[in-house]
Design a protein around this ligand. Structure first.
Ligand SMILES: [Zn+2]
Length: 153
């Protein structure tokens, strides 16, 4: 088999993994959201004064915070997976979204959703953490409402 055909097959394996990981992440998000809705309802239906113990209250607040940050990570991953999926359709999958250079196959195997080469990814990561320090006020991301995760194709 020649190199081009080999890379082609490798790319379609990776593309299949992108689709699968995206579905897994969507499922996890659905479970997470269903879980927190049930919890909210449980608290409202069962008891209007759920906490008598301030330690329980603190524990609950912490659990909610963990849930929120887990959701944030998941939503971030879904954004990247959605872009990787777009790139598969565009035929640019496996090439950096920033500079157009090929993304090393080892990087793609470790992280099929990788849409940037190593150097662009670390540049962007540095920019992002600077921006995050400037504006870390809310866990809600207005650019990415839950409805936007649903495909309409
Ligand atoms: Zn790059």
């Amino acid at each position: 088999m020649n190199r081009t055909a080999h890379r082609g097959r490798q790319m379609s394996d990776l593309a299949a993994r992108v689709m699968k990981e995206r579905q897994d992440a969507l499922d996890r998000l659905a479970v997470l959201d269903r879980g927190s809705r049930l919890r909210d309802r449980g608290v409202l239906d069962a008891d209007n004064t759920p906490f008598t113990d301030p330690v329980d209250e603190a524990r609950e607040a912490l659990a909610r915070l963990e849930l929120l940050s887990g959701r944030e990570v998941l939503v971030g991953r879904l954004k990247t997976l959605a872009r990787a999926r777009e790139k598969v359709h565009e035929g640019t999958y496996g090439h950096c979204d920033q500079c157009g250079e090929p993304v090393p196959p080892a990087r793609l195997r470790a992280m099929p959703e990788a849409i940037y080469c190593v150097s662009c990814a670390s540049d962007l990561e540095a920019q992002r953490s600077r921006a995050a320090r400037r504006s870390r006020r809310t866990a809600h991301d207005p650019e990415w409402p839950a409805g936007a995760l649903v495909d309409t194709e």
